[in-house]
Ligand binder design. Structure first.
Ligand code: SF4
Length: 565
């Protein structure tokens, strides 16, 4: 038999060309992206276009393309450009328009700067209106994502400060020599030259050059000063860029060198990166923030403020790990009326027997709040001897109460109690202890246990999605604003994918429910029919019987036949 093939003609002309819409599935995520972006308010973004000149690509179309590209794990502008001419979904979204990679990159890195947080919050508000998130609870955690910067272009604060100090000494020495007009070989080694900034040095050089009479030696020294002035300016610039950080990258000055989790053995590497903070609810990203410092503790208050800015409200519950459990953060949550489910550093340790049974630990000493004194394991009073104040890097003031035992000499427990000389002293932060007590009660309550069991599958799972499943391990744009655009896009893409899954699940559930209802109705009808059938049979039998008795006619035979069938 001859094989039969379907007709194949690449040059086929169609009388009625098909619409691209016909190629898009009813439940395809691209339809959701299209619908969501159509609902977004882009007024402020459109206002940034100057007007006049050549026509621009529609920003709504560009946003649809970018959202969908990030949903499909396509982050490179060249790949998005290729998808626009190869992929029917992209073609449908763009309306058969073909912006090139430069246009896409310009739109992403320039146009979206300063608008991404608003676009993101609009999507989250939409999720809130649809009932997918309540915004009442935030599961917060942070991760580090590598910057696009070169890994070996670091500037370290310590080395800049050290070199600047040496340069200050050199400059001071030369200035002294010039001013004295003599070769100062005999200057005392410990004589500290006064540090001078680059502007002042520039003025000094000008004044030296203005002098008519200059020896050869002096001229040489002034030239040397000019060289040092350039270097000094460079150091000052480095320190300016560093701000309160310890390092930065020359190729992305906003990125800080952070220790990253690299291999399975936990060996990390220092790489230029950003500290990303996110809040999740039911694995939807409800907020994100980009920070330059590696520590999570110091980002907390600013991060929660950004949530309030976006949604004009604050969540009633916060769940986070012990990295966020500082006095300042607890105070902040209390002032905002937030129920905290935030662990503190010793939360897990203090649940252990060895901790609970150690009578020498400050947490296990008896405290009398009325008399404001502690009682040590030997029953001795530890009286308050003073108060000290500590100021954190972020300027937060803590009050520390100091207590001291009256006489530890000759105490049989001394070896176990403490090692230093003199009577034992302890420092206690009562405010922090109060916050810890509240956090402990919350975390061990029924609701706290529920939140604790959910926390590992909330932000952690989202980071897994982003870094492992979506392979988003390194930023492509540089600077805080660029990085925010990229992370905003990936968060929106994640939310839309999650929303799509929920929508499809809801539809499947609806269909299942419909099928179930239909089956129930059929079942009911069948039972009803069965009931009626048995009634009719009964009636026919009894009627035919009476007929036989009375007449014995053929009519009774026919009724008997109907009843039995
Ligand atoms: S060493 Fe001092 S503080 Fe410790 S148990 Fe003995 S008396 Fe008390």
């Amino acid at each position: 038999m001859q094989p039969i093939f379907k007709p194949y003609n690449q040059g086929q002309i169609e009388l009625f060309p098909q619409r691209l819409d016909d190629f898009i599935g009813e439940n395809d995520p691209v339809r959701l992206v299209n619908q969501v972006v159509d609902e977004l308010d882009l007024t402020s973004l459109i206002r940034t276009y100057k007007g006049g000149g050549t026509s621009s690509f529609c920003p709504r179309m560009m946003i649809k393309v970018l959202f969908y590209a990030y949903m499909r794990n396509i982050y490179s502008c060249r790949k998005i450009e290729a998808a626009l001419s190869e992929n029917v979904h992209f073609l449908w979204l763009s309306g058969k328009q073909f912006p090139d990679f430069r246009t896409i990159n310009d739109f992403r890195s320039k146009r979206l700067k300063g608008h991404i947080h608003r676009l993101f919050s609009e999507v989250v508000k939409m999720l809130n209106e649809l009932g997918y998130v309540s915004l009442d609870v935030q599961y917060i955690d942070g991760t580090k994502i590598e910057s696009a910067a070169n890994r070996y272009t670091f500037v370290w604060r310590k080395s800049v400060e050290k070199n600047k100090l040496k340069l200050d000494a050199k400059i001071g020495n030369i200035i002294q020599q010039i001013e004295k007009g003599i070769q100062d070989d005999n200057r005392a080694a410990d004589e500290t030259p006064t540090p001078i900034n680059s502007k002042e040095l520039k003025e000094k050089i000008k004044s030296f050059n203005a002098k008519e009479k200059q020896s050869r030696e002096q001229k040489k020294q002034v030239k040397e000063l000019e060289k040092h002035q350039a270097k000094l300016e460079q150091y000052e610039q480095h320190l300016d860029t560093l701000g309160n950080r310890n390092s930065y990258s020359k190729t992305d000055s906003d990125a800080t060198f952070m220790r990253m989790k690299e291999d399975h053995m936990g060996n990390g590497q220092l790489k230029p990166a950003y500290n990303i903070q996110i809040s999740t609810e039911d694995q939807f990203v409800t907020n994100f923030g980009i920070f330059q410092n590696p520590g999570d503790t110091s980002t907390f208050t600013d991060y929660l403020d950004s949530f309030e800015e976006k949604f004009d409200r604050q969540s009633s519950e916060i769940v986070a790990d012990s990295g966020y459990g500082s006095e300042q953060n607890y105070d902040y949550m209390e002032s905002k009326g937030i129920d905290n489910y935030v662990k503190f550093s010793y939360f897990h340790k203090e649940q252990k027997k060895s901790f609970k049974n150690n009578p020498f630990l400050i947490d296990n000493l008896f405290y009398n709040p009325n008399g404001d004194f502690y009682v040590c394991p030997m029953g001795q009073k530890m009286e308050r001897i003073g108060t000290t104040h500590r100021v954190s890097d972020r300027g937060y003031h803590s009050e520390i109460a100091n207590y001291q035992a009256i006489r530890c000499e000759g105490c049989p427990l001394r070896g176990e109690c403490y090692k230093s000389k003199g009577n034992r002293t302890i420092d206690v932060n009562h405010n922090l202890l109060r916050h810890k007590r509240i956090a402990r009660e919350n975390l061990t309550s029924e609701r706290g246990l529920m939140h604790r069991s959910k926390r590992p599958i909330e932000p952690e799972a989202v980071f897994g999605q982003i870094k492992s499943n979506r392979k988003f391990n390194r930023f492509r744009l540089r600077g805080l604003a660029g990085v925010a655009v990229e992370f905003g896009l990936i968060s929106i893409a994640l939310n839309l994918s999650k929303m799509m899954k929920k929508v499809i699940n809801e539809r499947i559930m609806e269909q299942k429910a419909l099928v179930l209802r239909a089956e129930n109705i059929i079942c009911l009808v069948k039972t009803e029919i069965q009931n009626w059938k048995s009634i009719v049979i009964k009636y026919c039998f009894s009627f035919s019987a009476s007929c036989i008795i009375k007449k014995g006619t053929a009519f009774s035979d026919s009724l008997f036949f109907i009843a039995s069938n």
